[in-house]
Design a protein around this ligand. Structure first.
Ligand code: RNT
Ligand code: ZN
Length: 412
């Protein structure tokens, strides 16, 4: 079906495809740097990520340097319609120096900022509280040893400063998201003390107030990770309370809840208590396995909530997955486009009609409509969007992704 017929099909339902396309073009997705190199980073030391997260697979082409990662990102962004953001982790610094985590400075990230400026991208940031000898016990900000806590507090403070400077340099607020792996493999006898320590450490990290036009604080909860199955110090309840009391953003990672929980359902509730939300859109499979996101029900429900509850203006959409068994650039492109496709579908839904049916308790109409609109020609509208944004679809996309992948396979 061509775009004009698709436009007419949606118009029949009272939906204007042009409005939807214009809205979609203005929704930035924060693409995570760590899909490009399997969460390794560029510190001058070797080692795996630790902290209960792990990229598995050995597909050729992993980016080994900041230049390689930037080249891969440029390619990926060229395959994704619209203007987006990059989510950097502190361990992705770009410098000849070898600062420890408590020594990082803005200058270590300046090449990223120059590049982002050049590319017209916004940047987000994350302190890295894992893959370090002082995190080997899976305890950082909640560690019983004050010296270890102080080390990580310094890292957290510096990250916020760096994020604020990045935001100032780019003229767009940098979301600085704190996730710590802290937890216990086996049942702790005291769950309160580590949570009190985490809270005190976070307070120390956040002590300095920053201009919200430059930096926004976010905190990310988790149910469990590998090696911390019995208790995660920064649980959902912990951070929900923390975010409300301290007026930070709350980060909801879709892999950080019980598998039967519907993370989309949390948005509207959380939105009543916090001003802004950060999403880590991900795909858990049995656990926090961080698979590339599909255009599946969980992602579409998330997009529906954002549109139906009008939460787009207060939600920062970030992605969080890492798959090393496939082309890493393709993983970025497929996942980011799927998030956009889900948003497009939600933008094309006849919300007024659906909400009117629901308010009048006419659940039959609601069900007929939600099921009938599944047959509408979303593909033609998406193809038009890609066309206008000068990015390929279908076979062109497949061959472009394939060509690029071939070009990086000699990396070794
Ligand atoms: C880990 C969290 C966290 C990380 C990144 C690398 O379970 O989801 O967001 O994936 O910080
Ligand atoms: Zn996450």
């Amino acid at each position: 079906m061509n775009y004009e017929s698709a436009k007419a099909a949606f118009a029949d339902w009272g939906v204007d495809t042009e409005t939807a396309l214009a809205k979609l073009a203005g929704i930035p997705i924060s693409m995570h740097c760590w899909q490009g190199d399997d969460v390794v980073g560029f510190e001058k030391k070797s080692g795996s990520s630790g902290g209960g997260i792990q990229a598995t697979g050995s597909h050729p082409g992993r980016a080994r340097t900041p230049d390689e990662l930037r080249a891969d990102l440029e390619f990926a962004y060229s395959m994704i319609p619209g203007k987006h953001r990059l989510n950097l982790h502190a361990c992705y610094l770009d410098t000849d120096q070898n600062p420890d985590r408590d020594e990082i400075e803005f200058s270590h990230f300046a090449p990223w900022v120059d590049w982002a400026k050049d590319q017209g991208l916004g940047l987000d940031f994350n302190p890295t509280f894992f893959a370090h000898e002082k995190a080997d016990d899976n305890l950082t900000l909640s560690h019983p040893d004050q010296a270890i806590r102080d080390f990580w507090i310094e890292h957290g403070k510096r990250s916020r400063d760096i994020a604020a400077q990045i935001g100032a340099a780019l003229g767009s607020p940098t979301v600085n998201n704190i996730w710590v792996p802290d937890g216990y493999k086996d049942t702790p006898v005291d769950r309160l003390a580590p949570r009190q320590r985490l809270e005190q450490s976070l307070n120390a990290v956040m002590e300095q107030k920053h201009n919200k036009a430059q930096m926004l604080d976010a905190v990310e909860s988790k149910l469990f990770g590998i090696g911390v199955e019995a208790c995660t110090v920064g649980s959902h309840e912990f951070y929900l309370g923390y975010a409300i009391r301290n007026e930070t953003l709350l980060c909801l990672d879709m892999g950080h809840f019980h598998p039967t929980e519907n993370v989309a359902d949390k948005l509207s509730s959380v939105a009543l208590s916090v001003d802004e939300i950060l999403l880590h859109v991900s795909r858990p499979m049995r656990w926090d396995s961080d698979h590339v996101i599909l255009l599946d029900d969980s992602i579409m429900q998330m997009a529906q909530e954002l549109i139906s509850a009008e939460l787009l203006d207060r939600t920062h959409i970030g992605l969080d997955f890492f798959d090393a068994t496939i082309s890493r650039t393709a993983a970025w492109v497929i996942g980011t486009r799927n998030m956009q496709k889900a948003l497009l579908r939600a933008l094309l839904a006849p919300w007024t009609h659906l909400k009117a049916a629901e308010t009048s308790l006419d659940y039959t109409t609601r069900l007929v409509v939600t099921e009938e609109i599944k047959d509408l020609p979303y593909g033609a509208v998406w193809a038009e969007f890609c066309d206008r944004m000068e990015v390929g679809t279908g076979k062109t996309l497949i061959s472009d992704l394939g060509h690029y992948q071939k070009s990086v396979e000699t990396r070794g």
